[in-house]
Design a protein around this ligand. Structure first.
Ligand code: NAD
Ligand code: HSO
Ligand code: ZN
Length: 431
């Protein structure tokens, strides 16, 4: 039996150092080894291209193939190989995700900033994007939807979907319904290297999207520094932080915590609660509910990273949560929406006991690709504009240039930029 009682902490009696330790992510400790391994993988793909990819496919995924590309015939045929029940559930999820994301499409912005001076934003889809759908512990079919729908809405034409082999018919079905016909049976850090650097058969992309394990996330961070390919965000092992008050339901809280602990042994779940008895009851519920879950190896491992923290006040809970910057923040508190004003850092917030994290993972329509590791302090959840570039367009009339010429001269000469000033003076002669 797992003993998580030792993961109970009383915030007010912790030292500063202990507070930092309690809020630290589990996998940060092994970061150096991961960095080195991923660096080596990227370097090998750079030097040996497809040969390296075949060899890593064999080493990490025990998979051999002639081509990394899945044929169009196989993608189309997936429709005959998945159940009607699955198709029906996907159709509801797709409709909700589409509803929320289609409202995110930006329309052109134009402002006359000064009489005769116009500044405009126009939007263009990123030309080629790579979507990483994880499949180590679980084939995340829902993630294929979360990535493909905003990519399509943004108008991206060249979309490559990439997932560890063998790719399930369910993931191929998502590719089919969203008309994505470039599907690569490649996973892990080597697939990210291939998408960023290109090989003999894999075309490199402009931006890589999607969550993944510690190797995938590290690879995304490294390639974004050594190539022209950018990334959506660091979206690593799932995390959840729950804030609960004395009226919360321990069974509901336990079920939410278990749901995210299920993702990977590096996942972390945290409870901040103002009442000791609720914390104790949540732990009892976790033990009880664990008995109902088959294949709980991952959960048993990741629960070692869990934290159950008794805090003096709800206000303090929000301070701690902002410090931690969780991927998912669930408020099991009365009148939860009144507390939104205290939240500065979180990937996605779930209000009240009838909004479980798992609903957001699949069906509410919100995107479940979210920043982890504390990056919710500056990154946002995935949205359509991540797949677009904003280009600024400016235009001035002759009269506007005349009117502003003195100010431009003053500013450019103050900076010692004589040629800048000259570009105005040259025109003034013709006005
Ligand atoms: N933050 C988010 O938005 C979000 C969303 C969904 C999932 N996730 C997270 O994504 C992660 C998915 O991880 P996963 O492992 O299930 O799938 P994954 O596809 O990210 O990684 C699996 C691949 O990693 C490679 N790999 C495995 N062991 C390796 C090793 N020792 N060295 C090098 N490479 C190795 C293999 O190629 C394997 O196919 C989970 O941690 C989950 O919590 C996060
Ligand atoms: N909870 C994950 C994001 O951290 C998303 C997901 C996919 N499937 C189930 N859950
Ligand atoms: Zn999940």
């Amino acid at each position: 039996m797992l003993n998580i009682n030792k993961n109970i902490f009383y915030w007010n009696i912790l030292t500063k150092k202990e507070k930092i330790h309690v809020l630290s992510r589990p996998h940060i400790n092994s970061n150096k080894n991961i960095k080195e391994l991923v660096f080596k993988i990227i370097d090998n793909v750079k030097k040996h291209g497809d040969l390296a990819l075949h060899s890593y496919n064999l080493e990490f995924d025990n998979f051999k193939c002639k081509s990394f590309y899945i044929s169009r015939k196989k993608i189309d045929n997936s429709s005959n190989l998945v159940s009607k029940k699955f198709k029906d559930a996907i159709s509801i999820a797709l409709s909700n995700i589409n509803n929320f994301h289609s409202k995110q499409i930006l329309s052109d912005l134009i402002v006359e900033t000064y009489p005769g001076v116009y500044c405009k934003h126009i939007y263009r889809p990123i030309q080629s994007v790579g979507l990483y759908v994880p499949k180590g512990n679980h084939p995340l079919v829902s993630t294929a939807l979360m990535l493909s729908i905003p990519a399509k809405l943004a108008g991206c034409h060249n979309i490559t979907l990439c997932s560890p082999p063998p790719i399930s018919n369910e993931i191929l079905y998502i590719a089919k319904i969203l008309k994505i016909y470039t599907v690569l049976q490649l996973g892990g850090a080597h697939s990210i290297a291939a998408l960023a650097l290109g090989t003999e058969t894999v075309k490199f992309v402009d931006k890589i999207f999607g969550p993944g394990n510690i190797f995938v996330t590290e690879a995304k961070l490294q390639v974004s520094q050594c190539s022209l390919t950018s990334i959506d965000m660091p979206a690593g092992p799932s995390e959840m932080l729950v804030i609960a008050d004395d009226l919360s339901n321990p069974a509901f809280i336990a079920s939410d915590l278990l749901s995210q602990a299920e993702h990977s042994q590096n996942s972390q779940v945290i409870l901040l609660c103002t009442k000791n008895f609720i914390v104790k009851n949540v732990i009892k519920e976790i033990q009880k509910q664990l008995l109902l879950i088959p294949n709980k190896n991952i959960i048993l491992h990741s629960l070692k990273n869990s934290r159950f923290i008794v805090v003096n006040s709800l206000k303090e809970c929000f301070k701690i949560s902002n410090l931690y910057s969780p991927e998912h923040l669930i408020l099991h508190i009365k009148n939860s929406k009144n507390f939104l004003k205290y939240i500065n850092n979180a990937g996605s917030v779930f209000l009240g006991k009838w909004t479980p994290g798992a609903a957001g993972d699949y069906i509410t329509g919100a995107n479940h690709v979210l920043p982890t590791y504390g990056y919710a302090n500056s990154y946002s959840s995935l949205r359509v504009s991540d797949f677009q570039k904003i280009i600024t367009v400016q235009k001035m009339t002759k009269i506007a240039l005349q009117s502003l010429s003195k100010s431009i001269a003053t500013l450019s000469l103050m900076e010692g930029m004589n040629a800048h000033n000259q570009s105005i003076v040259t025109r003034i002669k013709f006005l």
